[in-house]
Ligand binder design. Sequence first.
Ligand code: BGC
Length: 397
Amino acid sequence: MSETTMPLTFPKEFLWGASTAAHQIEGNNVGSDWWKREYSEKTDLSEPSGDAADSYNRYPDDIGIAASLGLNAYRFSIEWARIEPEMGHFSTAQLLHYRGMIDLCREKGLEPVVTLHHFTHPQWFANRGGWRAPDAVDLFARYVEKVLPIVRDVTWICTINEPNMLAMTRGEEGTEMAAAALPTPDLQISESLVRAHKRAREILGQVPTIRSGWAVATQAFHAMLGCEAETLAYGYPREDFFLEAAAGDDWLGVQAYLRTFIGKDGPVPVPADAEKTLTGWEYFPAALGIGVRHAWELAQHTPILITENGIATAQDSRRIDYTYDALVGLRDAMDDGIDVRGYLHWSLLDNYEWGSYKPTFGLVAWDPDTFVRSPKPSAYWLGEVATSNTLFKPAMP
Ligand code: BGC
């Protein structure tokens, strides 16, 4: 851990929370393209999502736990495949379900941070060509219009989660790939996502109190000696393009986990002797500070919200180490004048990591037979950081 002498405090009103995504915790998201892929005979994934953490039914427990820990914000996503299970058919019951989540957050003193799109699509949307279809943006805009009435009083709305990962994986390959070379993004999809984001912002902008943005995966690209030009060329379509598109938004979500070294022929594998996490990524907490600084420059000083940062590990004390050091880097970036509004840890719960339950990112574990939740020591620690608004190292056991 880094050595610090002064207590590291954070601004009043700083959001301290945890993030989740519908498909990864709700379970039985049967109308989505991911469900179809998980259960197809020729699936490329290790295991399907199934019941996940059953958070669709147990969200009161999850929101209750986040609040009881002392957090003041909860990020979750609304599932398009549930709201519009068939093209043009919108479910009032599902809209009310998510409205119930917003109400409960408020009741428990948690600021809801609501994501409208987190990787999954309705199957019918994917069948029509997904983001490549000529009317994809109109279809997304229509969904956003239908959701608007239930989010009118929500301040923080994220239109699209990690458009850069979406454009790279096209929803066809797992994010496990982030450890290796990432495919070249499909430019048509990238542009379509930017248009979808801008249309969504226009719609949300009808309510002046809504502050909207999108959340980009920052990858802390590092040039190997003499490979600066290759690094720029590699990083631009995979990250910078999306950060630049956020200039002028109400806020920009930064999601940071890792760094990637770029050599003459693209990404260089993580050295064999480096500490690795359960996703195969290098243990690199400085990714957060680096990602924030980069995002701040490229998005021309758009205010930042950390919408994801965390580590897949079975050793919970390592989660605390990682998060502590990541927050030291964040505080340092803030001391240099970067406007950061909050920190939302990934993730509240162990969850379906796009193909496998093995990489455990959660502050809270759950029993697969009973779904009973058990907060880990890291959850209590982050809760105390949140309530004291001060970063401290936990006492050694
Ligand atoms: C995504 C999450 C994912 C996390 C860890 C981000 O790419 O938004 O859905 O679980 O990182 O891989």
